[in-house]
Write a protein that binds this ligand. Structure first.
Ligand code: CTP
Length: 404
C-alpha cells in the first residue's frame, strides 16, 4: 500500500461491544496499527466474553480498558484522557443496546461515559440481528444520533450469526477503515466553511390520481453525494429531496418534497439564505393537467392523459440570480456539449454538469459518474469515470473557484 502511514500520529479510540462480530475488531485494530494509528481499545464487559482483551492488548500494544468498577482508581483519569485524546472515536461492532444507550444519554460503563465525554467525531458500525436492526426503536435511535452528527457505517446484508438472512452484519473492515480515514482527512479540511448551499436531489413525483404518479429513474445518489461532501467540508447545506430510498445524511437539514411545484416553493423560501444552488434533481418537465380526486377506473380502452409544462426551476432562479451561483445538471443522451452550452445561456447559469446517461458507469442508479463541466465561457472539462463522491468533490472545487 502506498499510503502506509496515512494515519500516522492519529489517536483512534475503538469501543468494542458484545456482538458476535467482536472478533472482527482484532483485524480492525491490526489494520489501523499498520496504517500508523495509535489505537486505544475500550471493551464492554459483554464483549470480553466474546474476545479476549489480551488479543486486543497485544495487537494495539496498549492497555485495554474494560470495566469501570474493577478499575475505579484509574477510571476517572482514563475516561477523560481517552475522550480528549481521541482524534476519532469508533464503536465497532455496536450492538442495539449501546446505540440505544448513547442515543438516550445513558452512561453507565466506561465506553458510554467516554463516548459521551468526547468531542471527537464518532463513527458507529452496528452489528445485530436483522429484526433488531429494523426495529423502529433502533432506527429512531440511529436517526437521532445521525441528526447530532454521529456517523454510521451501514451494516451489510448476508447470513447473520443467528442463521437468518438480512441486514445486520458488521460492515467489511475495509469499509470501516475507509470511514475512519475519510473522517480524519475531512475533519482537517473544512474548506467550505461559511458557504450556504442548497442542493436538490432525486426525482419529482407528479400525481395523476390519489394512487398514481409520473416520475423518472433518478436515484438521488448524485445530489446526496454533493450534500454529504459539502457538509463534510464545512458548508451549511439544505437538501431538498424528491422521493428516494437513500438514508438521511447526518448533520444535513433535509426537506422532503414530491412535486416540482413543492421543490420550487422550498427553494424560493430559502433562496435569500443561499450562496449557491445545485440543481441535481431530475425535475419532471411535465405534470398531468388535472389530478383526479378519486382513483381513475379502467372503463375505457384508451384514456388520454394531458400533460402541461412544469415551471423550469433553474430558469426562474436564473432570473433572480443576483450574485448567487447556480449550477445545473444536464442528463443528455445526444449532443451533450451543445445542449449544455445552450442551457447555460438560457437559464443564466454559472456552470453545467453534463453526463451522458447512455454511457456505462454514468447517470442514474449507479454509484459512479462520468461528468463534463461546462462553464459560462463555454469551456468544457471532461473528467474520467469517478465515484459520485469524487465527482461531488470536483463540482464543489469548481464552485469554490467561482466564489474566489
Ligand atoms: N430543471 C429545473 N426545472 C425543471 C426541469 C429541470 O430546474 N422543470 C433543472 C434540472 O434540475 C437540471 C437542469 O434543469 O439541473 C437540466 O435539466 P434537463 O432535464 O437535462 O434539461 P431541460 O432543461 O429539461 O431540457 P431538455 O428538455 O432539452 O432536456
Amino acid at each position: 500500500m502506498s499510503d502506509m502511514n496515512i494515519l500516522n500520529g492519529k489517536n483512534v479510540v475503538l469501543g468494542i461491544t458484545g456482538s458476535i462480530a467482536a472478533y472482527k475488531a482484532a483485524d480492525l485494530v491490526s489494520r489501523l496499527k499498520k496504517l500508523g494509528a495509535n489505537v486505544n481499545v475500550i471493551m464492554t464487559e459483554n464483549s470480553t466474553r466474546l474476545i479476549n482483551p489480551i488479543t486486543l492488548q497485544t495487537l494495539s500494544s496498549n492497555y485495554v480498558a474494560t470495566g469501570m468498577f474493577d478499575e475505579v482508581k484509574s477510571w476517572e483519569i482514563e475516561h477523560i484522557s481517552l475522550a480528549s485524546r481521541a482524534d476519532v472515536f469508533v464503536i465497532a461492532p455496536a450492538t442495539a443496546n449501546v446505540i440505544g444507550k448513547i442515543a438516550n444519554g445513558i452512561a453507565d460503563d466506561l465506553l458510554t461515559t467516554t463516548v459521551m465525554a468526547t468531542k471527537a467525531p464518532v463513527i458507529i458500525a452496528p452489528a445485530m440481528n436483522v429484526n433488531m436492526f429494523e426495529n423502529k426503536i433502533t432506527q429512531e435511535n440511529i436517526n437521532k444520533l445521525k441528526s447530532f452528527g454521529y456517523r454510521f457505517i451501514e451494516p451489510a446484508t448476508g447470513v447473520l450469526a443467528c442463521g437468518v438472512y438480512g441486514k445486520g452484519k458488521l460492515a467489511d473492515v475495509d469499509d470501516i477503515l475507509n470511514g475512519i480515514i475519510e473522517t480524519l482527512t475531512v475533519v482537517q479540511t473544512k474548506d467550505l466553511s461559511g458557504m450556504h448551499l442548497i442542493v436538490t436531489a432525486g426525482p419529482t413525483q407528479e400525481p395523476i390520481d390519489p394512487v398514481r404518479y409520473i416520475t423518472n429513474r433518478s436515484s438521488g445518489k448524485m445530489g446526496y453525494a454533493l450534500a454529504e461532501r459539502a457538509h463534510m467540508r464545512g458548508a451549511d447545506v439544505l437538501l431538498i429531496s424528491g422521493p428516494t430510498s437513500l438514508n438521511a445524511i447526518s448533520g444535513v437539514e433535509t426537506m422532503n418534497i414530491k412535486t416540482c411545484d413543492e421543490m420550487l416553493q422550498r427553494i424560493i423560501d430559502n433562496f435569500e439564505w443561499a450562496d449557491a444552488v445545485i440543481m441535481a434533481a431530475a425535475v419532471a418537465d411535465y405534470r398531468p393537467e388535472f389530478v383526479a380526486d378519486q382513483k381513475i377506473k379502467k372503463d375505457d380502452e384508451i384514456i388520454n392523459l394531458r400533460l402541461v409544462r412544469n415551471p423550469d426551476i433553474l430558469e426562474k432562479l436564473g432570473q433572480i440570480k443576483g450574485n448567487k451561483i447556480l449550477i445545473g445538471f444536464a442528463a443528455e443522451t445526444e449532443d451533450l456539449d451543445d445542449n449544455a452550452r445552450k442551457k447555460i445561456i438560457k437559464k443564466n447559469l454559472d456552470m453545467i454538469v453534463a453526463n451522458d446517461v447512455t454511457k456505462e458507469g454514468a447517470g442514474f442508479e449507479v454509484d459512479t459518474n462520468i461528468i463534463s463541466i461546462i462553464d459560462r465561457e463555454g469551456k468544457i472539462t471532461r473528467y474520467p469515470l469517478m465515484s459520485k463522491m469524487q465527482a461531488a468533490d470536483v463540482i464543489l472545487d469548481r464552485i469554490q473557484d467561482i466564489m474566489k
